[in-house]
Write a protein that binds this ligand. Sequence first.
Ligand code: SAM
Ligand code: SF4
Length: 329
Amino acid sequence: MTPLKDTFGRVHDNLRISVTDRCNIRCFYCMPEEGVKFFAREDVLSFEEIEKFVRAAVPLGITKLRLTGGEPLVRRDLPTLIRNLTAIPGIRDIALTTNAVLLEQHAEALRDAGLQRLNIHLDTLDREKFHKITRRDDLPKVMAGIDAAVRAGFRIKMNIVAVKGLIEPDIVPMARYCRERGFEPRYIEFMPLDAQSLWDRQQVLSADDMIAMISREIGPLEPVPDADPRAPATEYRYLDGGGTVGFIASVTKPFCLNCNRIRLTSDGKLRYCLFAIDEMDVKGLLRSGAGDAEIQAAIRQNVADKWLGHEINSVKFVPPPRPMYAIGG
Ligand code: SAM
Ligand code: SF4
């Protein structure tokens, strides 16, 4: 089959699957503190429906999956889904993004199911600051989850959301912590995806500022030569060989031209961009007995509709109708 190419020539091989919009913490840049309206359970795709979708997507060239949410570990029996997805011929890589609050209980089962890579979301090592950001006092659980993941043998990247005026004191300690433990930190510029429209450009701590902070305090960084241009993070490395550091500069240096991703939400909508306004319903197809050909036609159409990129830096920008937790970051 011809590859999943959009009208700008970008080939798509990467599918992000949100398995739930629910979460056990309440990061202010993603969720409201109270009164979150979650999808009704019957609107959330079953494991069988997700697997059916993936099986149809593989012949179109999808080889890499990332499971996300909401918090994917609140979805019961997640290792079963991972085991089944790993077994689909053509799937070469599965990763999971998690806040690690429940990871201590699940790390080993996830590894046994075939998962190899974890992105753990942690902005700070300071318990009070963690509580303030997430509105939950769960840092000890996260640390226990990270230890369990290390014991289980995972490769770990650490997602740090960079909110200016808040996170500056944590940038260097997080880099040091990751360097010592052999994790790759990935600093993600704060994006306009929070549920309460709190985002404002002045609150974006830029990748350039963070590179300068880390280079000054820990040691000089240089761009990694021959890094994968289609990866969202721009990779840097310490000149002294102390590891790599990634920066996701979605606001100050958008990387839309290299995008190779599509997204399936937990309520069965296909989205060609994190910031897409339009989305395509595939739950209806999956529940009405559609065959692979119909699902593939829907995926091709969604990719054909894909825009050149988000417009965060333009006056035309309109935030998406769903906040981060309901899309799947
Ligand atoms: N609950 C999991 C977690 O927190 O990692 C998975 C879902 S969460 C929506 C995925 C990632 O989105 C998080 O790791 C966090 O780094 C990122 N994120 C959430 N809100 C964001 C925002 N407004 N701007 C930038 N990144 C954000
Ligand atoms: Fe939950 Fe992840 Fe959103 Fe934080 S960023 S509220 S952990 S879904």
